[in-house]
Design a protein around this ligand. Sequence first.
Ligand SMILES: Nc1ncnc2c1ncn2[C@@H]1O[C@H](COP(=O)(O)OP(=O)(O)OP(=O)(O)O)[C@@H](O)[C@H]1O
Ligand SMILES: [Mg+2]
Length: 1001
Amino acid sequence: MRMVLRVPAGRMVGRDGELGRLLTLLDDAAAGRAVVALVSGDAGVGKSRLVGEVSRLAAARGFTVLSGQCAELGDSVPYLPLADALRGAAQATGVRDALSARPALSRLLPDAGDGPRADEDRSGLARQQMFGGVLGLLTELAAAAPVLLVLEDLHWADASTRDLVTFLSRMLHRERVALIGTYRTDDLHRRHPLRPVVAELQRLPSVISVDLAPLDPSALAEHLTAAAPGRLDATELNEIMARAEGNAYYAEELLAALVDGDPAERRSLPAGLAALLLSRVEQLSDATQRVLRAAAVAGRKADDELVRAASGLQADEYEGAVREAVTHQLLVPDGTEGYVFRHALLREAVYADLLPGERTRLHATMSSLLSDEQRLAVPGTAAELAQHCLASHDIPGAFAASIRAGDEAERLGAPAEAHRHYDQALALWERVSEPDKTAGMARGKLGLLSAANAAASGDVERAVHLLRRLRHALADSDGRAETGAGDASLICRIGERLAYFLMLVDDAKANFEAIEVARETVEASPADPPTWWHARAIATYAYTLLIEDGVLAGEWAERAAAAARAAGSPWVEADALVTMGFLSNRDGQNDEAIKLFTAAHKQAREAKMIGVELRAAYHLARAHLERGDLGVGAAVAHEGGKRASHAGLSLAPFGLDLQHLHFQCHFADGHWDHAQQIADGFAVRVTSIAEAYLSSMALFIDVARGNPAVAERLAWIRRFWGTHGFDGFIARGLLAEHALWQGDTELAITEATTAISVSSEPPWGYHPSVIRPAAVALSARADRAIQARAAGDHEAESAELAAAADLRQIAREGAAYVKRPKFIMGPEGRGWLARAEAEYRRASGDNDPEAWQAVLDAFGPAYVYETARTRWRLAEALAEAGRRDEATEQWQLAAQAAEKLGARPLRAALDDLARRARIGTAPADTADGAALTSLTSREREVLRLIAAGRSNREIASVLFIAPKTASVHVSNILAKLGAASRTEAAAIAHREGLAAEPSAR
Ligand SMILES: Nc1ncnc2c1ncn2[C@@H]1O[C@H](COP(=O)(O)OP(=O)(O)OP(=O)(O)O)[C@@H](O)[C@H]1O
Ligand SMILES: [Mg+2]
């Protein structure tokens, strides 16, 4: 038995609009305007689920729900769905009585007391009597309670049922009745008998149509994630989503196959789904089936000419067959040149149904049709050819085509594909005679190409894995020429790349391995005559040494630069310069660093070495950002990101970083519409660590704007936490901020604490990156300390204070950066450190405006959002100190900035502050009910807090007033509302919709 999926209990996703429309119809029906809705969509798209939800809600609203189903092959049984509906409802007394008064109807029920038995021939029943009976029944039931009649799957309905639906739609008028019918669009071919009925119904004013489109990807992802019994890996999820194309049923079937299927069979369609899809194909003519089989082999998009040739049909026979396939909605014309299958899974089903010999023959036909230079010149053809060769067991053909496809993809800047093709060729290497001749290169070289492309596509792990194996294989190959073992340059390059990629893996062990490999490589390769590859091996060795020993790294970088000059390779020299710049930056010599990076960047660019150019651009942009030159940083990163993207390196290590640096510069300088545009380009449904990293960056703005994307981004990023050293540091820190904006101090502290632990570098202590999450956690602690103080809970207060002191210590330690004593922290680090200090004061009840002013000064005005955020706290501190005019001024500046940025959470916090401290211009509560009109705005604030269960002391603290004043307010409110107690006043507040108190900030 298949494992239980958590499907039926799952929440309905992605159908809010449709559900809303249908519920409005229920309202109409309940108000005495009879309505008919036709819900249509492809098989499995979710019609029954939606209608089921409507039925449930209708029953909850007191509707009598009658629900009947048509059955496949049921069109010879008249009134089958009606009988089904009545049978289901006959348990209810009202329905039973109404039925027994109508013998024509009760005869539809097998066990209806009197009346003839069910097996009696019913076709003789007078139609009039039947129709009249149904109408009378519905009218009678509707007099007692509104009625919902659901008739499912009308595409299978018998002629009488179709007529009945038309009749009811015309006759129902003022009855409290809603009729919902469903049917499958993909079954409704041109001559289907339901077609004219639907067309006629749609002309009636009481009839509306709800066509269900495929679920959108995020809804489907949510559904699958909820339905999967365990954690669903992002790659698997993505594959299911790609195959299911928004169809909930298909997705579930694929998921079930994945969950309990034999791993070897996961690629094949689940049996139930295949049978469903194939049943439609089997009804077609032989010629059409041949076309479909040929098209299935050709691919999802089938080229007309290829399919015709492969089908072996004559032109006119072929035309007719294609027409039939299109009429039955199996193929859909696509552009002028061909067709696509209506649904990807349909192709898979037809393909899987081919006999083995037939499949091989068709693939062989396709290969020979494609192996023509003119066709091969079209990009993508070589890749297709490789597939067809493989499937027709033509190994040499597949090998040659894979190499060609790899070259083509590399040229087109598609490294992921290039890697796949080269990898395929590598897998076939041993099965071809004289592979190095066909490939035009040794095996080692092909391996290196494959690995380099894997890294360029963002899959550094894969590159490392390949190169490690390659290195061992070459060492064990006894110098066979075909492997490339005799080639010193190749061996050196493989070692050098391995060391380099190991450095990019986020893991200390890999970094130490990198040093080892780099050292061995330098030692093993000849220094004389000077070569670029030897020089580069030295440069990379210097680069690996950065993590261990700065002095040694500097020495080797100098040596690398000299070797590069001797070999006449300025781009290798550029790489060494970047390393030297990095060292200067670390030692606090930022001008020198920028000079070196700039020179390296120029030199690499002139030498057209994109890899080194991007590394230099990254460090250059980062150095500018770090010291607060946001404009220059943005320009360098922008231009570098564009160059990376042209080269297909957007997700490759430095290409990826340039993209987010560009974003970060604009996030910092307040050009948020631009920043948002960049961030929106960072995929939400991430399938690799590289993408997850970018998506984490997008959270900066999505959190600060309170965008709904936050939840979805987090759901996808979360899958990667803890895999391959991806710690989610950025995402978790931002999740903490998000939680804080929502008043969830608990979650904020948990997430910030995790982020903090990631920033620890034993035995040295904390890295400066710890300051930000520490400040966020401090802010949460401050909120809690204030609340505890106001509630008079001294124990809680001192616990919060102790935790806050620890956090402040952590932030200070991060800023001291013991490991790099000469490092100079930029404005952002200094700003956050000052914020940590100010938050600590706020926690300890000594909310000093000067401390917030120091934060403002540390960031400087270029940091637009941080400035606004700080002014909010400054305004609060000033208000507490009774400096109202200054508070108002700061408040207004902050509000203007928040408004301009679209920083909604900050804006809400400012409004909250304005109400509490009575500064600024918070929007009035318009939603409050009439009973509250007698209250002043201040009193409403107090009432809000009463409703939240706050004591007078707490109210006083939140609103910056004396406890005595708070108690006066409370008495006045009780008097005005005529409430005998606080509880009663709270009840009135809730009833009148006075929003619950926004979080205490
Ligand atoms: N919006 C949704 N949210 C959650 N699950 C859904 C949703 N839509 C469909 N499903 C699930 O997908 C599966 C197929 O949906 P459903 O049976 O409603 O499709 P259908 O359109 O009625 O198909 P058919 O034409 O075969 O009757 C069911 O398991 C259902 O629970
Ligand atoms: Mg259904």
